[in-house]
Structures are given as C-alpha cells and as structure tokens.
Design a protein around this ligand. Structure first.
Ligand code: ATP
Length: 399
C-alpha cells in the first residue's frame, strides 16, 4: 500500500485524532454538542477532535516548525509521529530512526544509570554497541554529566535528565529528530547549545520537527512552518510567512479584546525594525513603535508605553504628551538603539488625561500585544540572573 519513501521522510495522510471530551476541561461548544446529541436521543460518548485531516509531506532533511496556540494539537501530532499515540483514522509514515524529546523523562529509565540508558536507547534505535560507544563521549560531554554518568538516573535533577534526553536524541544520529517545548526547561546557556546542536543536525541532513512557542528559536532552526489552529493546518509555508501569519493573528486577537467603553481605543499598533519589517527587530538597532488611537476625546493627555518580558516583568516605561482633537491620532516613538536582548516581549500602553477637569483614565493600561527581538542572548549568567537584569547594554571589553 505505502510507497517506499527514503529514510527521513515523514508523511501523514488524512490523519484524525480524537479524545474523550470528559477527560479534559469541556469547552462550551462541546457542552452544546453534548446537549444537542442527548436531545436527539443519542447516548453515545462525547469526543473532541484534537486533529482533523492532517496531510503533511516532509522530505528528508527538511526542518519544520510546528506553531500554534495552546491546545491546537502540536504535541498530539508529535506524539503520533513517535508512535506514542495512534491516530483515529489516517496513515502516518515516518521512515528511519527517530530521536525524540517530547517529554522531559521520555524514554529515560530511572533505575538504570546514565551510561546504561545511553546504550539502551542506542539499542532501541537499532544501533550496534560499537556505534553507540563511538558517540558516547560526545553525549556525556554535551549533557555535562561527568561522573554522574554511572549514577542511577532517578538521582539526577530534572535539568540533568533533560540534558541526557536531548543529548541521546540528538547525538545518536537519528534520521528524524522530533523536539517538543521541553527545551524551555533548561537554562539559557543549555537552550542555546541545544539550538546550535539542532542546527548542526539539520545541516547534516536530519529531518527536524520542532514544536515551540519561542518563535525566534523556531525561526532560527526551521525553514518551513506549519501553523496549527484548532486541530487543522491553517498555514504550511516558508517559516517567515508562517510566523508572520501567526503573529498577525495573535495581534488581531489582542485587539479584539481591547477595552470597550473607554474614551480612547487603541486602533492599531506596529513595532517596526530598521527595514520597516515587523518580523525583524534587532537588539541595539533602531525601532519604531507606532500607535493609532481613536475616540472623541479632545484635550491634552499623557501616553505611556511600556515593555515587559513575558507579561509580568517590566523592563522600561516611557511617556509622551499628546493633544487629542477628536478622531484618529497617530503617534510614533523612535528608539534609536533597542536595549533588549533576543526574546519575546509584551508591549503595554495606556493614556491618561492632563488637566484639572478630569485627571482620569482615557485608555487603561493594558498589553497591546507581543513582539520578538532577534540578536544576542544574555546567555552567560543563569536564567534567573537574566530575568532580573534583562537589558542589553552595548559594550566592549579590553584586556
Ligand atoms: N491525553 C489526552 N486526553 C484528552 N484530551 C487530550 C489529551 N491530550 C491532548 N488532549 C486535547 O487535545 C487538544 C490538543 O492538545 P495538544 O496538547 O496536542 O495541543 P498543543 O498545541 O500541543 O498545546 P500546547 O501549546 O499547550 O502544548 C487539546 O484540546 C487537549 O486538551
């Protein structure tokens, strides 16, 4: 039935996957479906589709980023590619050895030592003992396990287990490497080394499927992007186009939830890099933030802009006086050298009136949306230090 595809090929044909709806929190639409079915006298079980009609054809050596919001089906698809789960319908064909890191402890046996785990994994991949031995030192070196390699894995910290899991998956020369969000668990230095290793593996011709919410990381590894939305493929395109579409949709959603009933509304915002491209903001380069406010308010006001890492750690805040004349008002702020290292940030804004009559809120402080910055990571100190000191300062060292 299936053709003989070369090693490293991944194909999913008309793949569907469903879960019992009552195993997870039920969505309102599931509840409505359930009631409708009961009214029709149908007492059958309630199911929710996690994936619907997925047709993906990935050639050997392609690097594909799977993106999409929470619950869109990315992990489910990856689990089916590793055969941890099976589809309800359709055909999945993954050719060759699969190296997978989809859960921190996946495939790692706690009672065995690190060394024994490496050989066991190699055997499961169909490698000869000699072949594993040839890569053993690289794995231990990459995972920074040193003497702990002969200790039982149950005594490893979760970081050590993750490092071992990634090293095994990425060094035993799989034809296909599947990596889920797990990298986020490691510290920034290790994350960077994993990304570097994935790039190397991709250059050697391994097929990669990478699931992550870290869009700059996905862009740095993958050439193709598959955007899943509610269990279907919304976009399958070059990575730049796929990410741009996904980012636009996130922005549109945050606009839709804008505050209603306030005198001013944020009609539109844009964060642009030097070449006017919102997708390429670079550390230490010029950035323009452009806001369009709408509303009938007339008078002077103070506009505040803020940037935070994630949604909670504020980094900086700037403000500007504006005169609203009733109607749309466009205002742009140029930051000549963006002081943010590589990462994802949230833009905040709010407008407050000036004057004796009404010193009130015209547009309350809220997050307008997110943007990604490319550039160097603050990758030398541990992650906790990076969080506490998140600003990039241009500098030079002299000895
Ligand atoms: N074992 C399970 N039992 C029941 N429902 C499940 C199970 N695994 C996943 N689901 C459901 O399937 C849908 C897709 O989940 P999945 O974890 O694949 O999404 P995701 O895109 O990986 O999300 P995230 O970005 O949050 O990791 C969700 O509605 C989820 O609740």
């Amino acid at each position: 039935m299936s053709r003989d595809y070369p090693l490293g090929t991944i194909r999913t044909d008309q793949v569907w996957k469903r879960f019992r709806a009552d195993q997870q929190r039920m969505l309102l639409r599931d509840r409505v479906d359930q009631v409708a079915r009961r009214l029709r006298g149908d007492r059958g079980e309630d199911w929710r589709w996690a994936l619907r009609d997925i047709n993906l054809h990935i050639e050997p050596g392609e690097s594909v980023g799977l993106i999409g919001s929470n619950g869109s089906g990315k992990s489910t698809l990856l689990k089916m590619l590793t055969r941890v789960m099976y589809p309800y319908a359709g055909v999945i064909d993954v050719r060759g050895r699969i190296g997978a890191l989809i859960e921190i402890r996946a495939g790692i046996h706690p009672d065995l030592t690190g060394r024994e785990n490496i050989y066991l994994f190699g055997a499961l991949l169909g490698l000869k003992r000699r072949e594993v031995a040839g890569r053993f030192d690289d794995i231990v070196e990459f995972a920074r396990l040193g003497g702990a390699i002969d200790r039982q894995v149950k005594f490893y910290s979760s970081g050590m287990q993750m490092r071992l899991g990634f090293a095994v998956a990425a060094y035993l020369e799989p034809h296909v490497l599947l990596v889920d969000e797990v990298l986020a668990v490691g510290d920034a230095v290790f994350q960077q080394r994993c990304l570097d290793r994935m790039r190397e593996v991709a250059e050697q011709g391994t097929t990669i499927v990478f699931v992550s919410h870290d869009l700059p990381a996905v862009q740095s590894i993958c050439r193709r992007g598959v955007w899943l939305e509610q269990g279907t493929v919304r976009v399958d395109a070059g990575i730049k186009d796929a990410l741009a579409g996904y980012r636009d949709s996130i922005e549109a959603q945050s606009e839709a939830s804008a505050r209603t009933g306030e005198p001013l509304q944020l009609l539109k915002y844009e964060v642009r890099g030097e070449d006017d491209d919102a997708a390429t903001l670079h550390t230490d380069e010029p950035v323009t933030v452009e806001l369009t406010l709408a509303g009938d308010y007339r008078g002077d006001a103070t506009l505040h802009l803020g940037v935070s890492e994630g949604t909670s750690s504020p980094i900086f805040q700037i403000s500007h006086e504006i005169r609203m004349t009733g109607g749309d008002h466009k205002v742009a702020c140029v930051i000549p050298r963006l002081p943010l290292p590589r990462g994802r940030y949230t833009l905040w804004t709010g407008v407050y009136s000036i004057g004796k009559t009404d010193g009130g809120t015209l547009m309350s402080w809220h997050s307008a949306g997110q943007f990604d910055v490319f550039g160097p990571m603050l990758d030398t100190p541990p992650r906790a230090v990076v969080m506490a000191a998140p600003v990039f300062v241009p500098h030079q060292w002299e000895d």
